[in-house]
Design a protein around this ligand. Structure first.
Ligand SMILES: Cc1ncc(C[n+]2csc(CCOP(=O)(O)OP(=O)(O)O)c2C)c(N)n1
Length: 544
Protein backbone atom coordinates (compact mmCIF):
# COMPACT_ATOMS: atom_id res chain seq x y z
CA UNK A 1 0.00 0.00 0.00
CA UNK A 2 1.28 3.48 -0.94
CA UNK A 3 2.13 5.68 1.99
CA UNK A 4 3.32 8.75 0.13
CA UNK A 5 3.07 10.69 -3.14
CA UNK A 6 4.99 13.46 -4.87
CA UNK A 7 4.23 17.10 -4.22
CA UNK A 8 3.31 17.23 -7.92
CA UNK A 9 0.72 14.48 -7.41
CA UNK A 10 -0.78 16.35 -4.48
CA UNK A 11 -1.02 19.49 -6.59
CA UNK A 12 -2.76 17.67 -9.44
CA UNK A 13 -5.21 16.03 -7.06
CA UNK A 14 -5.92 19.40 -5.48
CA UNK A 15 -6.81 20.88 -8.86
CA UNK A 16 -9.10 17.90 -9.46
CA UNK A 17 -10.64 18.40 -6.04
CA UNK A 18 -11.31 22.04 -6.97
CA UNK A 19 -13.27 20.86 -10.01
CA UNK A 20 -10.68 22.07 -12.54
CA UNK A 21 -10.54 20.14 -15.80
CA UNK A 22 -8.66 22.33 -18.28
CA UNK A 23 -5.10 23.47 -17.65
CA UNK A 24 -3.65 25.95 -20.15
CA UNK A 25 0.04 25.29 -20.30
CA UNK A 26 3.41 25.30 -22.02
CA UNK A 27 5.98 22.74 -20.89
CA UNK A 28 9.30 23.49 -19.17
CA UNK A 29 11.89 21.65 -17.09
CA UNK A 30 10.55 22.84 -13.74
CA UNK A 31 6.99 21.70 -14.33
CA UNK A 32 7.60 18.29 -15.90
CA UNK A 33 6.79 16.53 -12.60
CA UNK A 34 3.31 18.08 -12.95
CA UNK A 35 2.95 16.89 -16.54
CA UNK A 36 3.86 13.43 -15.30
CA UNK A 37 1.43 13.61 -12.40
CA UNK A 38 -1.37 14.72 -14.73
CA UNK A 39 -1.21 11.39 -16.62
CA UNK A 40 -4.28 9.37 -15.74
CA UNK A 41 -5.84 12.30 -13.88
CA UNK A 42 -9.03 14.18 -14.82
CA UNK A 43 -6.96 17.19 -15.94
CA UNK A 44 -6.71 18.02 -19.62
CA UNK A 45 -3.48 19.81 -20.54
CA UNK A 46 -4.06 22.21 -23.44
CA UNK A 47 -0.63 23.17 -24.51
CA UNK A 48 0.00 26.39 -26.36
CA UNK A 49 2.75 28.20 -28.29
CA UNK A 50 3.43 31.13 -25.96
CA UNK A 51 2.94 31.45 -22.21
CA UNK A 52 0.87 34.64 -22.56
CA UNK A 53 -1.65 32.62 -24.61
CA UNK A 54 -2.07 30.18 -21.70
CA UNK A 55 -2.90 33.07 -19.37
CA UNK A 56 -5.25 34.69 -21.90
CA UNK A 57 -7.07 31.36 -22.21
CA UNK A 58 -7.37 31.03 -18.44
CA UNK A 59 -8.63 34.64 -18.37
CA UNK A 60 -11.31 34.03 -21.01
CA UNK A 61 -12.33 30.81 -19.27
CA UNK A 62 -12.76 32.72 -16.01
CA UNK A 63 -14.78 35.50 -17.61
CA UNK A 64 -17.09 33.15 -19.53
CA UNK A 65 -17.69 30.51 -16.87
CA UNK A 66 -17.01 32.27 -13.57
CA UNK A 67 -14.79 29.32 -12.67
CA UNK A 68 -11.14 29.89 -11.92
CA UNK A 69 -8.96 29.44 -15.01
CA UNK A 70 -5.66 27.62 -14.49
CA UNK A 71 -2.47 28.47 -16.39
CA UNK A 72 0.70 26.46 -15.87
CA UNK A 73 4.03 27.72 -17.25
CA UNK A 74 7.70 27.19 -16.75
CA UNK A 75 9.97 29.23 -14.50
CA UNK A 76 12.20 32.14 -15.45
CA UNK A 77 11.51 33.40 -18.98
CA UNK A 78 8.35 31.27 -19.32
CA UNK A 79 6.97 33.00 -16.24
CA UNK A 80 8.12 36.40 -17.52
CA UNK A 81 6.35 35.76 -20.85
CA UNK A 82 3.07 35.35 -18.98
CA UNK A 83 3.17 38.73 -17.22
CA UNK A 84 1.60 40.92 -19.93
CA UNK A 85 -1.46 38.70 -20.06
CA UNK A 86 -1.89 39.01 -16.28
CA UNK A 87 -2.11 42.79 -16.72
CA UNK A 88 -5.16 42.26 -18.94
CA UNK A 89 -6.75 39.79 -16.50
CA UNK A 90 -6.29 41.88 -13.37
CA UNK A 91 -7.94 44.91 -14.98
CA UNK A 92 -10.85 42.73 -16.14
CA UNK A 93 -11.55 41.25 -12.66
CA UNK A 94 -10.93 37.83 -14.14
CA UNK A 95 -10.42 34.87 -11.78
CA UNK A 96 -7.38 32.77 -12.68
CA UNK A 97 -4.39 31.11 -11.06
CA UNK A 98 -0.99 31.24 -12.72
CA UNK A 99 1.20 28.36 -11.56
CA UNK A 100 4.84 28.79 -12.59
CA UNK A 101 7.77 26.45 -12.18
CA UNK A 102 10.56 27.89 -10.09
CA UNK A 103 14.17 27.09 -9.28
CA UNK A 104 14.51 24.60 -6.41
CA UNK A 105 14.61 26.11 -2.92
CA UNK A 106 17.81 24.13 -2.34
CA UNK A 107 19.56 26.06 -5.15
CA UNK A 108 18.25 29.57 -4.56
CA UNK A 109 20.83 32.32 -4.30
CA UNK A 110 23.43 30.14 -6.00
CA UNK A 111 22.67 31.01 -9.61
CA UNK A 112 20.15 28.24 -10.17
CA UNK A 113 18.78 27.50 -13.66
CA UNK A 114 16.22 30.22 -14.53
CA UNK A 115 16.37 31.64 -11.00
CA UNK A 116 14.30 34.80 -11.00
CA UNK A 117 12.36 36.89 -8.46
CA UNK A 118 9.07 35.67 -9.93
CA UNK A 119 6.78 36.68 -7.10
CA UNK A 120 8.01 40.27 -7.15
CA UNK A 121 7.46 40.28 -10.90
CA UNK A 122 3.88 39.01 -10.67
CA UNK A 123 2.76 40.89 -7.55
CA UNK A 124 1.73 44.18 -9.27
CA UNK A 125 -0.58 42.32 -11.67
CA UNK A 126 -2.07 39.88 -9.14
CA UNK A 127 -4.34 39.90 -6.12
CA UNK A 128 -1.75 37.76 -4.34
CA UNK A 129 1.52 36.02 -5.23
CA UNK A 130 3.77 33.67 -3.26
CA UNK A 131 6.25 30.78 -3.42
CA UNK A 132 4.96 27.39 -2.27
CA UNK A 133 7.54 26.28 0.25
CA UNK A 134 6.23 23.11 1.86
CA UNK A 135 5.38 20.00 -0.17
CA UNK A 136 2.70 18.83 2.26
CA UNK A 137 1.00 22.22 2.07
CA UNK A 138 0.68 22.34 -1.75
CA UNK A 139 -3.01 21.45 -1.44
CA UNK A 140 -3.62 24.39 0.89
CA UNK A 141 -1.63 26.64 -1.47
CA UNK A 142 -3.92 25.69 -4.37
CA UNK A 143 -7.05 26.08 -2.25
CA UNK A 144 -5.94 29.51 -1.05
CA UNK A 145 -4.99 30.57 -4.58
CA UNK A 146 -8.32 29.55 -6.14
CA UNK A 147 -10.36 30.89 -3.22
CA UNK A 148 -8.57 34.24 -3.44
CA UNK A 149 -9.00 34.42 -7.23
CA UNK A 150 -12.78 33.89 -7.14
CA UNK A 151 -13.65 35.79 -3.93
CA UNK A 152 -14.58 39.45 -3.60
CA UNK A 153 -13.33 41.39 -6.61
CA UNK A 154 -12.08 38.45 -8.70
CA UNK A 155 -8.60 38.51 -10.21
CA UNK A 156 -5.42 36.60 -10.94
CA UNK A 157 -3.31 34.90 -8.26
CA UNK A 158 0.21 33.57 -8.77
CA UNK A 159 1.97 30.67 -7.05
CA UNK A 160 5.58 29.80 -7.87
CA UNK A 161 6.35 26.07 -7.54
CA UNK A 162 9.97 25.21 -6.70
CA UNK A 163 11.25 22.11 -8.50
CA UNK A 164 12.34 20.35 -5.31
CA UNK A 165 8.97 21.03 -3.65
CA UNK A 166 7.19 19.36 -6.58
CA UNK A 167 9.49 16.35 -6.43
CA UNK A 168 9.49 15.91 -2.65
CA UNK A 169 7.56 13.04 -1.07
CA UNK A 170 4.45 13.84 0.92
CA UNK A 171 2.99 11.32 3.39
CA UNK A 172 -0.62 10.31 2.62
CA UNK A 173 -1.48 10.49 6.34
CA UNK A 174 -2.65 12.87 7.61
CA UNK A 175 -4.65 13.40 4.40
CA UNK A 176 -3.05 16.40 2.66
CA UNK A 177 -5.96 17.14 0.30
CA UNK A 178 -8.15 20.12 1.31
CA UNK A 179 -11.92 19.72 1.56
CA UNK A 180 -13.90 20.99 -1.48
CA UNK A 181 -15.18 24.00 0.51
CA UNK A 182 -11.63 25.26 0.91
CA UNK A 183 -11.60 26.19 -2.80
CA UNK A 184 -14.96 28.01 -2.82
CA UNK A 185 -15.56 31.75 -3.09
CA UNK A 186 -16.05 33.49 0.21
CA UNK A 187 -19.32 35.41 0.12
CA UNK A 188 -19.11 39.21 0.18
CA UNK A 189 -22.80 40.15 0.57
CA UNK A 190 -24.30 43.63 0.40
CA UNK A 191 -25.73 44.61 3.79
CA UNK A 192 -29.51 45.08 3.65
CA UNK A 193 -29.28 48.48 5.33
CA UNK A 194 -26.76 49.71 2.75
CA UNK A 195 -28.93 48.41 -0.11
CA UNK A 196 -31.96 50.21 1.32
CA UNK A 197 -29.96 53.42 1.73
CA UNK A 198 -28.74 53.22 -1.87
CA UNK A 199 -32.31 52.64 -3.09
CA UNK A 200 -33.54 55.66 -1.08
CA UNK A 201 -30.91 57.89 -2.66
CA UNK A 202 -31.73 56.52 -6.11
CA UNK A 203 -35.43 57.31 -5.56
CA UNK A 204 -34.61 60.88 -4.50
CA UNK A 205 -32.25 61.62 -7.39
CA UNK A 206 -33.60 63.18 -10.59
CA UNK A 207 -31.06 61.79 -13.03
CA UNK A 208 -29.43 58.72 -11.43
CA UNK A 209 -27.25 56.14 -13.14
CA UNK A 210 -26.08 52.70 -12.00
CA UNK A 211 -22.72 51.80 -13.55
CA UNK A 212 -21.45 48.22 -13.31
CA UNK A 213 -17.83 47.18 -13.75
CA UNK A 214 -16.29 44.18 -15.55
CA UNK A 215 -18.04 41.53 -13.41
CA UNK A 216 -21.42 42.90 -14.49
CA UNK A 217 -20.37 42.79 -18.15
CA UNK A 218 -19.85 39.00 -18.05
CA UNK A 219 -22.05 35.90 -17.72
CA UNK A 220 -25.27 36.80 -15.89
CA UNK A 221 -24.04 40.39 -15.39
CA UNK A 222 -25.79 42.07 -18.36
CA UNK A 223 -29.07 40.30 -17.48
CA UNK A 224 -28.70 41.35 -13.84
CA UNK A 225 -28.22 44.97 -14.91
CA UNK A 226 -31.29 44.82 -17.15
CA UNK A 227 -33.38 43.38 -14.31
CA UNK A 228 -32.02 45.98 -11.92
CA UNK A 229 -32.98 48.75 -14.33
CA UNK A 230 -36.51 47.33 -14.66
CA UNK A 231 -36.92 46.91 -10.90
CA UNK A 232 -35.61 50.35 -9.96
CA UNK A 233 -36.53 52.42 -13.00
CA UNK A 234 -32.93 53.65 -12.96
CA UNK A 235 -30.72 53.22 -16.05
CA UNK A 236 -28.13 50.51 -15.29
CA UNK A 237 -25.28 49.71 -17.65
CA UNK A 238 -21.94 47.94 -17.66
CA UNK A 239 -18.64 49.56 -18.59
CA UNK A 240 -15.56 47.49 -19.44
CA UNK A 241 -14.03 49.27 -22.42
CA UNK A 242 -10.67 51.03 -22.20
CA UNK A 243 -12.26 53.68 -24.43
CA UNK A 244 -14.40 54.71 -21.44
CA UNK A 245 -16.83 57.46 -22.39
CA UNK A 246 -16.15 56.61 -26.02
CA UNK A 247 -17.08 52.95 -25.45
CA UNK A 248 -18.40 52.14 -28.91
CA UNK A 249 -21.21 49.94 -27.55
CA UNK A 250 -22.60 52.80 -25.43
CA UNK A 251 -23.56 55.21 -28.25
CA UNK A 252 -23.94 58.80 -27.08
CA UNK A 253 -23.51 57.82 -23.38
CA UNK A 254 -21.14 60.76 -22.72
CA UNK A 255 -24.03 63.17 -23.34
CA UNK A 256 -26.16 61.74 -20.54
CA UNK A 257 -23.30 61.04 -18.14
CA UNK A 258 -22.56 64.72 -17.84
CA UNK A 259 -26.17 65.38 -16.77
CA UNK A 260 -26.32 62.68 -14.06
CA UNK A 261 -26.89 63.88 -10.46
CA UNK A 262 -26.18 60.51 -8.77
CA UNK A 263 -23.88 57.72 -9.95
CA UNK A 264 -23.92 54.39 -8.15
CA UNK A 265 -20.70 52.53 -8.96
CA UNK A 266 -21.12 48.75 -8.60
CA UNK A 267 -17.69 47.12 -8.88
CA UNK A 268 -16.72 49.97 -11.20
CA UNK A 269 -13.73 52.19 -10.56
CA UNK A 270 -14.01 55.97 -10.90
CA UNK A 271 -10.91 55.96 -13.08
CA UNK A 272 -9.74 57.23 -16.46
CA UNK A 273 -12.67 55.46 -18.16
CA UNK A 274 -15.00 57.91 -16.38
CA UNK A 275 -12.47 60.75 -16.72
CA UNK A 276 -12.04 60.48 -12.93
CA UNK A 277 -15.55 61.88 -12.49
CA UNK A 278 -14.34 65.38 -13.36
CA UNK A 279 -16.19 68.22 -15.07
CA UNK A 280 -17.30 68.65 -17.78
CA UNK A 281 -17.65 64.86 -18.20
CA UNK A 282 -19.42 64.53 -14.84
CA UNK A 283 -21.25 67.46 -13.23
CA UNK A 284 -19.39 69.00 -10.23
CA UNK A 285 -22.49 68.60 -8.04
CA UNK A 286 -23.03 64.92 -9.00
CA UNK A 287 -23.09 62.57 -5.99
CA UNK A 288 -21.54 59.09 -5.83
CA UNK A 289 -22.23 55.85 -4.02
CA UNK A 290 -19.44 53.27 -4.22
CA UNK A 291 -20.16 49.54 -3.84
CA UNK A 292 -17.09 47.35 -4.23
CA UNK A 293 -15.35 44.34 -2.72
CA UNK A 294 -12.05 46.14 -3.23
CA UNK A 295 -11.34 48.19 -0.10
CA UNK A 296 -8.57 50.19 -1.79
CA UNK A 297 -10.92 51.29 -4.51
CA UNK A 298 -13.52 52.43 -1.97
CA UNK A 299 -10.87 54.34 -0.04
CA UNK A 300 -9.68 56.03 -3.23
CA UNK A 301 -13.22 57.08 -4.11
CA UNK A 302 -13.73 58.57 -0.67
CA UNK A 303 -10.39 60.37 -0.83
CA UNK A 304 -10.78 61.72 -4.39
CA UNK A 305 -14.44 62.69 -4.14
CA UNK A 306 -14.72 63.43 -0.41
CA UNK A 307 -17.45 66.06 -0.83
CA UNK A 308 -19.50 64.16 -3.35
CA UNK A 309 -19.59 60.63 -1.90
CA UNK A 310 -22.84 59.81 -0.09
CA UNK A 311 -21.40 56.53 1.17
CA UNK A 312 -19.17 53.63 0.21
CA UNK A 313 -19.99 50.03 1.05
CA UNK A 314 -18.20 46.75 0.73
CA UNK A 315 -19.82 44.02 -1.39
CA UNK A 316 -19.14 41.81 -4.37
CA UNK A 317 -20.64 43.41 -7.49
CA UNK A 318 -22.93 40.50 -8.44
CA UNK A 319 -24.24 40.15 -4.88
CA UNK A 320 -24.84 43.89 -4.71
CA UNK A 321 -26.85 43.91 -7.96
CA UNK A 322 -28.96 40.95 -6.77
CA UNK A 323 -29.60 42.55 -3.40
CA UNK A 324 -30.59 45.94 -4.91
CA UNK A 325 -32.95 44.21 -7.32
CA UNK A 326 -34.51 42.09 -4.58
CA UNK A 327 -35.02 44.89 -2.06
CA UNK A 328 -36.47 47.43 -4.47
CA UNK A 329 -40.21 47.84 -3.86
CA UNK A 330 -41.22 49.72 -7.02
CA UNK A 331 -39.53 51.50 -9.88
CA UNK A 332 -39.13 55.27 -9.61
CA UNK A 333 -40.56 57.55 -12.27
CA UNK A 334 -38.07 60.21 -13.23
CA UNK A 335 -39.67 62.35 -15.87
CA UNK A 336 -38.29 60.69 -18.97
CA UNK A 337 -34.67 60.34 -17.75
CA UNK A 338 -34.60 56.56 -18.28
CA UNK A 339 -35.92 57.03 -21.82
CA UNK A 340 -33.35 59.77 -22.47
CA UNK A 341 -30.51 57.48 -21.37
CA UNK A 342 -31.88 54.54 -23.39
CA UNK A 343 -32.07 56.68 -26.49
CA UNK A 344 -28.50 57.97 -26.01
CA UNK A 345 -27.18 54.41 -25.57
CA UNK A 346 -29.05 53.21 -28.66
CA UNK A 347 -27.93 56.15 -30.80
CA UNK A 348 -26.00 55.22 -33.92
CA UNK A 349 -25.39 57.81 -36.64
CA UNK A 350 -28.09 57.36 -39.35
CA UNK A 351 -25.36 57.65 -42.00
CA UNK A 352 -24.05 54.23 -40.90
CA UNK A 353 -26.98 52.53 -42.58
CA UNK A 354 -25.59 53.25 -46.02
CA UNK A 355 -21.90 53.44 -45.16
CA UNK A 356 -19.77 51.41 -47.58
CA UNK A 357 -16.25 51.24 -48.91
CA UNK A 358 -15.22 53.95 -51.32
CA UNK A 359 -12.22 52.19 -52.82
CA UNK A 360 -12.16 48.89 -54.76
CA UNK A 361 -10.50 45.82 -53.28
CA UNK A 362 -11.40 46.61 -49.66
CA UNK A 363 -14.44 46.70 -47.34
CA UNK A 364 -15.50 49.36 -44.89
CA UNK A 365 -15.40 47.79 -41.36
CA UNK A 366 -19.16 48.25 -41.04
CA UNK A 367 -19.70 46.01 -44.07
CA UNK A 368 -17.76 43.31 -42.27
CA UNK A 369 -20.09 43.76 -39.27
CA UNK A 370 -23.21 43.59 -41.45
CA UNK A 371 -22.17 40.17 -42.74
CA UNK A 372 -21.54 38.91 -39.20
CA UNK A 373 -24.82 40.16 -37.73
CA UNK A 374 -26.98 37.15 -38.57
CA UNK A 375 -24.50 34.77 -36.95
CA UNK A 376 -23.62 36.64 -33.77
CA UNK A 377 -27.04 38.15 -33.11
CA UNK A 378 -29.07 35.22 -34.39
CA UNK A 379 -27.58 32.68 -32.01
CA UNK A 380 -28.16 33.14 -28.26
CA UNK A 381 -25.02 31.24 -27.28
CA UNK A 382 -22.69 32.74 -29.94
CA UNK A 383 -19.56 34.38 -28.60
CA UNK A 384 -18.14 37.50 -30.25
CA UNK A 385 -14.58 38.50 -29.46
CA UNK A 386 -13.37 41.97 -30.47
CA UNK A 387 -9.70 42.89 -30.57
CA UNK A 388 -7.51 45.45 -32.25
CA UNK A 389 -7.40 49.21 -32.25
CA UNK A 390 -9.86 50.83 -34.64
CA UNK A 391 -11.31 47.69 -36.24
CA UNK A 392 -12.22 46.14 -32.88
CA UNK A 393 -14.48 49.12 -32.10
CA UNK A 394 -16.74 48.62 -35.11
CA UNK A 395 -18.30 45.25 -34.11
CA UNK A 396 -18.72 46.60 -30.59
CA UNK A 397 -20.65 49.52 -32.04
CA UNK A 398 -22.63 47.73 -34.72
CA UNK A 399 -23.40 44.28 -33.26
CA UNK A 400 -25.41 43.26 -30.22
CA UNK A 401 -24.25 39.74 -29.26
CA UNK A 402 -25.53 37.94 -26.17
CA UNK A 403 -21.96 37.10 -25.18
CA UNK A 404 -18.93 39.20 -25.89
CA UNK A 405 -15.30 39.33 -24.85
CA UNK A 406 -13.11 42.40 -25.28
CA UNK A 407 -9.67 43.18 -23.92
CA UNK A 408 -11.07 45.21 -21.02
CA UNK A 409 -9.87 48.24 -19.14
CA UNK A 410 -6.18 47.27 -19.51
CA UNK A 411 -6.51 48.19 -23.19
CA UNK A 412 -3.99 45.60 -24.38
CA UNK A 413 -4.37 44.24 -27.90
CA UNK A 414 -3.56 40.72 -29.10
CA UNK A 415 -5.59 38.29 -26.95
CA UNK A 416 -8.32 37.46 -29.47
CA UNK A 417 -7.06 34.11 -30.73
CA UNK A 418 -6.36 32.58 -27.28
CA UNK A 419 -9.70 34.04 -26.10
CA UNK A 420 -11.42 32.27 -29.02
CA UNK A 421 -9.86 28.91 -28.11
CA UNK A 422 -11.07 29.20 -24.53
CA UNK A 423 -14.50 30.35 -25.70
CA UNK A 424 -14.78 27.23 -27.86
CA UNK A 425 -13.89 25.08 -24.86
CA UNK A 426 -16.47 26.85 -22.70
CA UNK A 427 -19.06 26.72 -25.48
CA UNK A 428 -18.67 23.49 -27.46
CA UNK A 429 -21.52 24.09 -29.95
CA UNK A 430 -22.33 27.74 -30.71
CA UNK A 431 -20.34 29.81 -33.21
CA UNK A 432 -17.29 31.67 -31.90
CA UNK A 433 -16.17 34.69 -33.94
CA UNK A 434 -13.07 36.72 -33.22
CA UNK A 435 -12.78 40.03 -35.06
CA UNK A 436 -9.33 41.56 -34.86
CA UNK A 437 -6.86 43.80 -36.62
CA UNK A 438 -3.96 42.54 -38.69
CA UNK A 439 -1.61 44.00 -36.09
CA UNK A 440 -3.34 42.22 -33.21
CA UNK A 441 -3.55 38.86 -34.96
CA UNK A 442 0.24 38.71 -35.13
CA UNK A 443 0.58 38.42 -31.35
CA UNK A 444 -0.79 34.88 -31.16
CA UNK A 445 -1.20 33.66 -34.76
CA UNK A 446 0.72 30.49 -33.86
CA UNK A 447 -2.19 29.49 -31.62
CA UNK A 448 -3.94 28.34 -34.78
CA UNK A 449 -1.66 25.36 -34.36
CA UNK A 450 -2.96 24.89 -30.81
CA UNK A 451 -6.54 25.15 -32.05
CA UNK A 452 -5.91 22.51 -34.72
CA UNK A 453 -4.16 20.12 -32.29
CA UNK A 454 -6.90 20.40 -29.72
CA UNK A 455 -9.75 20.51 -32.27
CA UNK A 456 -11.11 23.89 -31.23
CA UNK A 457 -12.78 25.38 -34.30
CA UNK A 458 -13.60 29.09 -34.40
CA UNK A 459 -13.69 31.82 -37.03
CA UNK A 460 -11.10 34.59 -36.94
CA UNK A 461 -12.13 37.60 -39.02
CA UNK A 462 -9.11 39.77 -39.58
CA UNK A 463 -9.70 43.34 -40.65
CA UNK A 464 -6.54 43.83 -42.67
CA UNK A 465 -5.60 47.44 -43.35
CA UNK A 466 -1.86 46.74 -43.35
CA UNK A 467 -1.44 49.20 -40.49
CA UNK A 468 -1.35 49.59 -36.74
CA UNK A 469 -4.22 51.89 -37.55
CA UNK A 470 -5.20 53.15 -34.08
CA UNK A 471 -1.72 54.61 -33.66
CA UNK A 472 -1.63 55.76 -37.28
CA UNK A 473 -4.87 57.67 -36.62
CA UNK A 474 -3.26 59.34 -33.61
CA UNK A 475 -0.37 60.43 -35.81
CA UNK A 476 -2.80 61.82 -38.39
CA UNK A 477 -4.81 63.73 -35.78
CA UNK A 478 -2.03 64.97 -33.54
CA UNK A 479 0.99 65.36 -35.77
CA UNK A 480 -0.35 65.68 -39.33
CA UNK A 481 -0.29 63.49 -42.45
CA UNK A 482 3.35 64.30 -43.26
CA UNK A 483 4.47 62.88 -39.91
CA UNK A 484 2.91 59.41 -40.06
CA UNK A 485 5.54 56.67 -39.85
CA UNK A 486 6.53 53.41 -38.15
CA UNK A 487 2.93 52.14 -38.04
CA UNK A 488 2.78 50.45 -41.44
CA UNK A 489 2.44 46.67 -41.94
CA UNK A 490 2.18 44.48 -45.04
CA UNK A 491 -1.15 43.28 -46.49
CA UNK A 492 -0.07 39.79 -45.50
CA UNK A 493 -1.85 36.51 -46.28
CA UNK A 494 -2.83 35.53 -42.74
CA UNK A 495 -5.38 33.20 -44.34
CA UNK A 496 -2.51 31.20 -45.84
CA UNK A 497 -0.76 31.11 -42.45
CA UNK A 498 -3.89 29.60 -40.90
CA UNK A 499 -4.17 27.08 -43.74
CA UNK A 500 -0.48 26.16 -43.41
CA UNK A 501 -1.05 25.46 -39.71
CA UNK A 502 -3.87 23.06 -40.56
CA UNK A 503 -6.83 25.44 -40.47
CA UNK A 504 -9.13 26.89 -43.11
CA UNK A 505 -8.24 30.22 -44.73
CA UNK A 506 -9.80 32.62 -47.22
CA UNK A 507 -9.06 36.16 -48.36
CA UNK A 508 -11.95 38.52 -49.01
CA UNK A 509 -11.71 41.82 -50.91
CA UNK A 510 -15.39 42.62 -51.60
CA UNK A 511 -18.47 42.81 -49.34
CA UNK A 512 -20.49 40.44 -51.56
CA UNK A 513 -17.90 37.69 -51.03
CA UNK A 514 -18.00 37.77 -47.21
CA UNK A 515 -21.27 35.87 -46.49
CA UNK A 516 -20.11 32.90 -48.60
CA UNK A 517 -16.70 32.94 -46.93
CA UNK A 518 -18.34 32.92 -43.48
CA UNK A 519 -20.54 29.97 -44.47
CA UNK A 520 -17.53 28.01 -45.73
CA UNK A 521 -15.53 28.88 -42.61
CA UNK A 522 -18.28 27.54 -40.35
CA UNK A 523 -18.81 24.46 -42.52
CA UNK A 524 -15.06 23.67 -42.46
CA UNK A 525 -15.35 22.81 -38.71
CA UNK A 526 -11.72 23.79 -38.37
CA UNK A 527 -10.03 26.85 -36.93
CA UNK A 528 -10.68 29.33 -39.75
CA UNK A 529 -9.22 32.65 -40.76
CA UNK A 530 -11.03 35.08 -43.05
CA UNK A 531 -8.55 37.73 -44.04
CA UNK A 532 -10.72 40.71 -44.98
CA UNK A 533 -9.02 43.60 -46.69
CA UNK A 534 -10.48 46.78 -45.16
CA UNK A 535 -10.17 50.51 -45.60
CA UNK A 536 -8.00 52.35 -43.13
CA UNK A 537 -10.73 54.32 -41.34
CA UNK A 538 -10.94 55.64 -37.78
CA UNK A 539 -13.01 54.01 -35.02
CA UNK A 540 -16.73 54.92 -34.94
CA UNK A 541 -17.62 58.35 -33.61
CA UNK A 542 -20.95 59.45 -32.15
CA UNK A 543 -20.63 63.22 -32.45
CA UNK A 544 -24.15 64.51 -33.21
C1 LIG B 1 -0.11 45.08 -25.86
C2 LIG B 1 -0.34 46.37 -26.58
N1 LIG B 1 0.62 46.87 -27.39
C3 LIG B 1 0.40 48.04 -28.04
C4 LIG B 1 -0.75 48.72 -27.88
C5 LIG B 1 -0.98 50.03 -28.60
N2 LIG B 1 -1.97 49.86 -29.66
C6 LIG B 1 -3.28 50.05 -29.47
S1 LIG B 1 -4.20 49.81 -30.82
C7 LIG B 1 -2.83 49.44 -31.73
C8 LIG B 1 -2.97 49.12 -33.20
C9 LIG B 1 -3.67 47.83 -33.43
O1 LIG B 1 -3.56 47.48 -34.79
P1 LIG B 1 -4.55 46.43 -35.43
O2 LIG B 1 -4.73 45.27 -34.56
O3 LIG B 1 -4.11 46.17 -36.82
O4 LIG B 1 -5.94 47.21 -35.43
P2 LIG B 1 -6.23 48.58 -36.16
O5 LIG B 1 -6.00 49.67 -35.18
O6 LIG B 1 -5.33 48.65 -37.35
O7 LIG B 1 -7.66 48.51 -36.57
C10 LIG B 1 -1.67 49.50 -30.96
C11 LIG B 1 -0.32 49.23 -31.47
C12 LIG B 1 -1.71 48.18 -27.00
N3 LIG B 1 -2.86 48.78 -26.75
N4 LIG B 1 -1.48 47.00 -26.39
Amino acid sequence: MRTEMRGADLLVRSLEQAGCRNVFTLSGNHIMPLFDAALGSRLRLLHVRHEAAAVHMADAWGRLTGQCGIALVSGGAGHANAMGALATAVAADSPLVLLSGHAGLNELGRGAFQELRQVEMAAPVCKAAWVAETPARLGQDIARAIRTAVSGRPGPVHVSLPFDVLKARVPLHPAPLPEPEAFAAQPAPFAAAAADAALRHLAQARRPLILGGPRLCQRDGPALLRELATATGVPALGMESPRGLNDPSLGAFAEVLRRADLIVLVGKALDFTLRFGEAPHVAPQCRFIGIDADADRLARLQRDKANQVLFAASAEAGAAAISLRARCRAPVGNGGWAEEVASALAYRPPAWETLAATSPGALHPIELCRALARYVEGHAAAVLICDGGEIGQWPQAALAPQRRLINGVAGAIGAAIPFALAARLAEPKAPVFAVMGDGSCGFHMAEFDTAVRHDLPFVAVIGNDATWNAEHQIQLREYGPERTHACGLLPSRYDLVAAALGGHGERVTAAEALPGALERALAARKPACINVMIERVPAPSYKR
